[in-house]
Design a protein around this ligand. Sequence first.
Ligand code: FE2
Length: 397
Amino acid sequence: MLTTTRHSNEPPIRAIRDEGNRIALDLDGGKVARLSTRWLRLACECEICGDTASGKRWLTPADVPAGVRVVSIDVSAPNEVAVIWDDGHVSRYDSGFLANHTGGGWRAARFQPELWSSDLGARLGRFGFDAVVEDDEMLFGSLRALRDHGIAMLTGVPAEAEATMRIAGRYGPIRETSYGKVFDLLSKPDARVAGETARAQIPHTDEPFRYSPPGFIFFHAIKTGAGTGGTSLMVDGFHIVELMRTGTPRLFELLTRYGVTFHREHAGEVFFSAEAHVISLDAAGQVTGIRYNDRCLAPQPASRDDIDELIEALAELTRLICDPQNQFQHQLQPGEVLVFDNQRVMHGRSAFDPTLAIRHLRSCNIDRDGVHSAFRTLARRFAPKEAETVLYQGAIF
Ligand SMILES: [Fe+2]
C-alpha cells in the first residue's frame, strides 16, 4: 500500500471536490480552500515518489505534467485523503497536512522576534552550565531565548577551553575559522585586530566582509577586571533598524536596497570583500538579518548620485547603535558566556586600562542554521507547534 504520512492536528477536511486544475477542500468551520492539482501530485511522498525531508526523493517537478488530473478522491478513512491519479498512481495524504497548506491561516507562521533595548537585563535568559550540558529541555529553553532575543547568558562555565567547546558544541558544530576553533581575545601590544587592543569598540556585527558572516558567537569570560572598563555593550540590531524604518524611512530603505562593501585585508595573507545589504528583508518586508561594522566599511563608489544619502544612512545607523538607550550594558563576570546571533545582535565594549586588569575572553562561533536546526529538532520533542515556525534566516546577501 502506498502511503503519505504527515503529522498534524489541524482542522479536518469535511469534503473534497475535483475542479480540474484545482482541488476544493471544505474545511471545518465552513471555510473553502483550493489547492493546485499539480501541487497535490507533487506533494505525494509515497515509497515510489520518495521523501523530501530525508532527500531520498525520486519524483521531480518535471515528472508532474501541468495537465495532471484526479480520477477519484476518497475521504472515508479518518484523517486521510486518498487520491487516484489519471496514470493510476495512488497518493495518500494526512488531512491536517493538506489543511495546513491551503494558506488559510494554518500555514507555519513567520516568527516575530521580541525586540529589546537597554531594558534587556530583566528579560535576558540565564542558563547554568550543568543544566545545558546535561538536560535537553534546558538546552531547548536557551535555544528558545536565542530565537526570541537573539541573545542568552550561560553561567558557571569552567575556565578551561574544553568547557567552552563542550557547551558551545551543544548548540551545533563549532565553525573552524582562520583563527582556529576557539579564539582567545586578549589585549596585546602588537594587536593584529581591534579586538586585541584595549580601545572602545562601537557595537558591530563580526566579519561583515564575509559572504556568510559568523552565525552565533560565544563570548566566554575567563578573566575580567571589575571597575576598569571593558563593559560589554549589546544592541538589538532588529530594534534599531525598526527605529530607522519609522523615524527615517528613506534611509532605512537605502540600507535594504543598496549593496555596501565591507572589506578586510592583511597583505599577502587574506583579502575578504563582500558587497551586501546592511539590512536583509524577506519577501514580506520583515527583517531577517543585518551586517554592519563601521570599522570594515570600504570606501563606497563615490560617483553614485545618492552617495551622500547613503553616508547619512550609515551615520544614522551608527548614532542609533551608540545611543546608550539602545544598549544593554553588562560587565561580564568570569564563568559567564554571552551567546548571541551575530546577524541580529551587535556587540561592542567600553575602553579599559590593560595595566589595571587583564581582560581575557574566549570566543568561538557556530553557523546559524546549525543552531536553528538544534532548536527545531528539540521543538519536535518539547514544543511541537513551534517546530515549523519560519525563523529569520540571517544576513542573506
Ligand atoms: Fe567583534
